[in-house]
Design a protein around this ligand. Structure first.
Ligand code: HEC
Length: 461
């Protein structure tokens, strides 16, 4: 009887949410907003890997694909809704995607009318990932497949910087973030985080792991490289995902970086393994004396916090000095955290979500000794960058948090009160996957978007 009532209840929910909306919520992140494909295959097509009849598609969606990030959706979505979704895919699969609606270049928000300028729409060689302004006119931008580029007066310099180390793209990892030395004007140090591959040969067979390096950019050359953080070859992984890896200098000059769980859950709670943590080092790579595991032979001494699934955004609050992080979580478990030295944020012991490969990582969402997020989002927007706005062009937004979302293609403006989110405004929906957010030298907000790859500037109108 109970089961029957539950089914009735779920069926009612099913009718409430149309299939197109379900698709955007659960599927678009991997298969593209228009089913055109993205991180994974298109669903508008004639050739199907797992069979293209309604029955075959239904089977794939219901039971998932073993060993792939394609979940058995019947565990998560009521069956009538799964059926509606499959009918929607079947109805769409032979038609061309609708031309994307032109996005307006002004937006009326609660506090401002915002002007959206697409500064760079062409010329990136792969997905732009991180941006830092070196002075009032120039910025450096990393590109995922191994690029470092100059932006001069809002224009992308066509000549790439040569001599940066080789990387490989594994999932969302490759050449990731960059940071400037707090004394960059004097010493010119630029810090990079990237996936470092061993050996030669086929990409998908090469063991790889995160490295943090620094070097200098002289014109279009990367020179004087120094290695700041790496792990022994035995701790490298083949063909993994969820790498992190944002960089941040705090006001005291410590360098923070983040490493995702590399899909190796068993390592995340281990202090002698790199996956699923945030890190803190001195700018020359040495270990700060007050690091929580400094001096411990059984731990990677650069560790700052433990149990972080995939921190994709990190910034220091301009007033409190606290380090905040946005965590790209499992399905239904994206988090905003205050990252405090030596604390454990619980992944994969506790979580508010289900993992994307269909496994129930944990049935509990709290436990003594493990931190709760400031906030979590369900369904997951696919959180990426985090930036506290510090400019003067939007005075009402000063010191508020801006968080990017990849899957939902949006920005969240978060007004904080202490360690609480007091207000949330969502905007810039559907312009692209938001990868990085930075306050520019003149106080504008700069965004790197992926798919389509572009650099966008927000100013008040
Ligand atoms: C986390 C990523 C992810 C999400 C989210 C996801 N899928 Fe998939 N899906 C995959 C992967 C990986 C495959 C295997 C084929 C490939 O690599 O593209 C796949 C395959 C499929 C296939 C078979 C394609 C073929 O050619 O036979 C269908 C149908 C499908 N997904 C439907 C869905 C639907 C419907 C949803 C939303 C309810 C969804 N997927 C959500 C990752 C995802």
């Amino acid at each position: 009887m109970k089961v029957y009532l539950l089914t009735l209840f779920l069926a009612a929910v099913a009718q409430a949410q149309p299939a197109a909306e379900l698709y955007q919520t659960y599927c678009a992140g991997c298969h593209g907003a228009q089913m055109q494909g993205g991180q994974y295959s298109a669903l508008r097509k004639r050739e199907w890997i797992y069979g293209g009849s309604r029955e075959e598609i239904l089977r794939t969606v219901m039971y998932g694909i073993a060993g792939k990030e394609m979940v058995p959706w019947s565990k998560l979505i009521p069956i009538p809704q799964v059926e509606a979704l499959v009918d929607y895919i079947v109805a769409s699969r032979d038609t061309a995607p609708a031309a994307p609606a032109a996005k307006p270049d002004t937006l009326q928000l609660a506090d401002y009318t915002v002007r959206i300028e697409r500064l760079v729409e062409q010329g990136f060689r792969s997905a732009p990932w991180g941006i830092e302004f070196v002075d009032d006119r120039r910025a450096l931008i990393t590109e995922l497949r191994g690029g470092l580029r100059w932006l001069v007066d809002g224009k992308l310099d066509p000549e790439p910087i040569t001599g940066i180390p080789e990387t490989i793209q594994y999932g969302t990892g490759g050449m990731m973030d960059l940071a400037l030395d707090p004394d960059y004007a004097k010493n010119g140090w630029v810090y990079l985080s990237y996936v470092h591959p061993l050996g030669q040969g086929k990409t998908e067979e090469r063991p790889a792991m995160t490295r943090i390096i620094r070097g200098r950019v002289e014109g279009h050359k990367w020179v004087g490289q120094e290695l700041l953080f790496n792990v022994p070859d035995e701790l490298y992984f083949v063909n993994r995902g969820r790498w992190g890896c944002r960089l941040l200098f705090d006001r005291e000059g410590y360098l923070y970086f983040t490493i995702g769980d590399i899909r190796e859950n068993a390592d995340v709670q281990r202090l002698d393994r790199p996956a699923g943590k945030t890190y803190r080092i001195n700018r020359d790579g040495s270990i700060p004396k007050d690091n929580p595991y400094a001096g411990r032979a059984d731990a990677i001494q650069a560790i700052y916090t433990v149990g972080n699934r995939n921190v994709q955004g990190i910034d220091q609050h301009p007033v409190t000095g606290q380090i905040w992080g946005t965590e790209h979580g499992p399905m239904g478990g994206d988090e905003l955290n205050v990252l405090k030295s030596g604390l454990n944020y619980g992944w994969p012991v506790i979580t508010h979500g289900l993992d994307y490969d269909g496994t129930q990582v944990s049935v509990i969402s709290e436990k003594p000794g493990l931190e709760q997020p400031v906030k979590f989002w369900k369904p997951s927007p696919g959180l990426s960058a985090l930036e506290f706005y510090t400019g003067d062009l939007f005075p009402k937004w000063k010191h508020q948090a801006f968080v990017g979302a990849l899957v939902f293609q949006e920005i969240k403006r978060l007004k904080l009160a202490g360690e609480k989110v007091e207000q949330e405004e969502i905007f810039l929906k559907g312009y692209g996957r938001v990868r990085d957010i930075k306050t520019g030298p003149e106080g504008a907000i700069y965004l790197l978007l992926n798919e389509p790859d572009q650099l966008v500037r927000l100013t008040p109108k």
